[in-house]
Ligand binder design. Sequence first.
Ligand SMILES: Cc1cc2nc3c(=O)[nH]c(=O)nc-3n(C[C@H](O)[C@H](O)[C@H](O)COP(=O)(O)O)c2cc1C
Length: 189
Amino acid sequence: MSNKPRLAVVVASTRPGRIGPQVGQWFGALAAEAFEVVPVDLAEVGLPLLDEPEHPSSGVYTHEHTRRWSALVDSMDAFAFVTPEYNHSFPATLKNALDYLSREWRHKPAGLVGYGMSSAGLRATQMLTPVVRALGMVPVAETVAIPLRQRVDDDGRLVPDDTMNATATALITSLSRYTTALSSLRTAA
Ligand SMILES: Cc1cc2nc3c(=O)[nH]c(=O)nc-3n(C[C@H](O)[C@H](O)[C@H](O)COP(=O)(O)O)c2cc1C
């Protein structure tokens, strides 16, 4: 059993042939020194569109899939959201997964790892920032922006470069510091 803080690396895309898992694996490997990395693939979590009758802040969950998701998110100390840019935002799968819960996200740090074509996912991470804030998470200032046209080879493999590795490392350092700082807030709550 590790005594490192637990970091969920949440892969937001779910479509067949997606690049998301490769981005998640690359980021998770870099984070493994500071964190116990828990890969969370929303395709495997398989949440339906929000189907709970009560507001999530009530903590009253009628479905087993919600209770499972709640227990998983509750057990985490920090999150890295690995998100593609879809139509200048982040995918609906991620918004849905976030909307399901409330208290479970609160007072935990969030790192945003975006990727895309024309703007390297920056518009997705910008749109995600107020949403994670609304849930009481603390998004760290450092973000990762991966320009897929340059960083994916002809065989569809992610090819990380020094800039990607450096920005991810800076994000992880910040995430680690905020994890320590925010843990006292969660204990108090
Ligand atoms: C529905 C959809 C919308 C997209 N919209 C954008 C966009 O607005 N900006 C962008 O840079 N790339 C956009 N793309 C390209 C994606 O960033 C690229 O296909 C990426 O590989 C998607 O992540 P995924 O492979 O993990 O699903 C879009 C792709 C899809 C499937």
